[in-house]
Design a protein around this ligand. Structure first.
Ligand code: F6R
Ligand code: MG
Ligand code: MG
Length: 368
């Protein structure tokens, strides 16, 4: 036990309604009913159940620190119960992200996405929880770089003494399971050479350089790597602390005014624009997309989650949504061709090995 507060966001797709487009309300009710007793007993300070597309999001606060077995077990049990409801209703892909049969102390590597941070709550603690569907964790790279290292997005880097020294980025190589830190602005170009390759190098966390305080943390699981076969894109989450030493709420939201291209969309095998929407509008339907991001804002009050505010439920993002539709339409016209379709190695579905085997002996050597 500590006087620090921990914010844990644990999410999984445990069944879609209809297909992979959205979530049945009974799953959210079930999750609330499972988490309520933990709040009554004091294991959780507070919780909020939400969703983006077909992903169930458990947003929880407590004082047990990150990677805590009891909290992860609570989340796992809750997701299992929700899977039970999904099975009863024959929802689509019931339990698809729960890869293990037996809980082994930590949900990491078992399918659910996890972003957690522990910190001393400030006098006022504004927090943003970003959640995306039909894409993968690399989708956060560009927004995080813009939030914490780009003065054209975050003017605080230039004119706020609290942020002028910049931020430290923790980058994970998700294939080699290694990590490296880059200090910005000094090492900005070094950072970009890695994190511009979003499928492999993912920003895991960001720290304030003056105080070492945690500023942001993302989920960096790649389900396809964990499972060794396709089981759904990992549909990532991201927590960002705002104001004071950190970007203002508006600076943290600003990167999403550009609907940048991400991996995901139909069959996890396409590029598409990331469209910021309200929870209500997070139902990726056209060609199972385009990919969506929602953002819930909270004020923490001694660990209680005051909120949420649905941050992209704002007409100032209408133009972004229109641009996303235009960019999506432009890409869709490419059909099965790159760059809409992902390169061979990045597609989550492929028929290539079978077809190659069938036609291999029809390939003729070229003379030169
Ligand atoms: C992408 C996604 C969907 C499915 C597609 C096929 O992340 O979830 O686009 O890949 O609907 O789904 P299955 O293989 O379940 O029929
Ligand atoms: Mg699904
Ligand atoms: Mg999903």
């Amino acid at each position: 036990m500590t006087d620090k507060v921990t914010l844990s966001v644990i999410k999984a797709d445990v069944g879609g309604y209809v297909g992979h487009s959205s979530m049945h309300e009974d799953l959210m009710k079930e999750a609330e009913e499972r988490l309520e007793p933990a709040k009554r007993d004091g294991m959780l300070i507070d919780f909020h159940v939400s969703r983006v597309g077909d992903d169930l999001e458990l947003i929880m606060t407590h004082r047990k620190g990150v990677d805590n077995t009891e909290i992860h077990q609570l989340a796992w049990k809750t997701l299992e119960c929700c899977t039970g409801v999904a099975k009863k209703l024959k929802l689509y892909g019931a339990g698809q992200d729960l890869l293990g049969d037996a809980f082994s102390g930590n949900v990491k590597g078992m399918g659910p996405g996890v972003a957690e941070m522990e910190f001393v709550e400030r006098e006022s603690e504004p927090i943003l929880v970003f959640m995306a569907d039909k894409t993968s964790s690399g989708a956060w790279n560009m927004p995080l770089v813009k939030m914490f290292a780009d003065p054209f997005t975050t003017i605080g880097l230039v004119i706020s003494p609290a942020m002028h020294d910049g931020f430290r980025f923790e980058v994970q190589d998700v294939l080699e399971h290694k990590r490296i830190y880059f200090d910005c602005p000094d090492e900005f170009y070094d950072l970009l050479v890695f994190v511009g390759a979003c499928a492999r190098y993912m920003i895991r966390a960001v720290y304030h350089r003056g105080t070492d305080e945690i500023a942001a943390v993302s989920s960096t699981q790649r389900l396809s790597v964990i499972a060794g076969r396709y089981v759904g894109k990992d549909d990532p989450v991201l927590i960002v602390r705002c104001q004071g030493n950190f970007p203002a709420v508006g600076e943290a939201l600003e990167p999403f005014a550009f609907p940048h291209m991400v991996e995901g969309w139909m069959r996890g095998s396409h590029h598409g624009p990331l469209m910021p929407v309200s929870v209500e509008q997070s139902n990726p339907s056209r060609f199972d997309g385009p990919p969506r991001v929602v953002c819930l804002g909270f004020q923490l009050c001694n660990g209680s989650l005051v909120g949420p505010r649905d941050m992209f439920d704002d007409p100032s993002f209408d133009e972004t949504r229109r641009q996303a539709n235009l960019a999506g339409e432009y890409l869709r016209r490419h059909g099965p061709f790159e760059p809409h379709r992902l390169p061979l190695g990045e597609m989550e579905y492929t028929t290539m090995p079978g077809i190659m085997e069938r036609v291999a002996d029809r390939f003729e050597e070229l003379a030169d």
